[in-house]
Design a protein. Structure first.
Length: 90
């Protein structure tokens, strides 16, 4: 669901994999541009901050991961509470 743990995992994994493939700097530029959109609802700022945070964590995870370990490393970050997600917005 949107803004929950699965969303946090997806953002971190996307950035981690992208970092391994094209590097941290280009990944940051592309994923930041992806989040740069006009606010469309009340919680858009909170959602963007959460996404920026998880994107950054994903790039950090890539620094100690490879293609065999990256999925588990991102999942561990979710399970240990190192990624951000939102709940009870409605």
């Amino acid at each position: 669901m949107r803004n929950e743990k699965g969303d946090a995992y997806r953002h971190a994994l996307w950035n981690a994999l992208s970092t391994l493939l094209i590097g941290s700097s280009l990944t940051e530029q592309l994923t930041t541009a992806h989040e740069d959109k006009p606010p469309t609802y009340l919680y858009s700022n909170k959602e963007n901050q959460m996404d920026y945070y998880n994107n950054n964590r994903g790039r950090q995870i890539a620094s100690f991961s490879n293609f065999l370990t990256i999925y588990d490393n991102v999942l561990n970050y979710v399970q240990l509470g190192y990624l951000k997600y939102l709940n009870n917005l409605d």
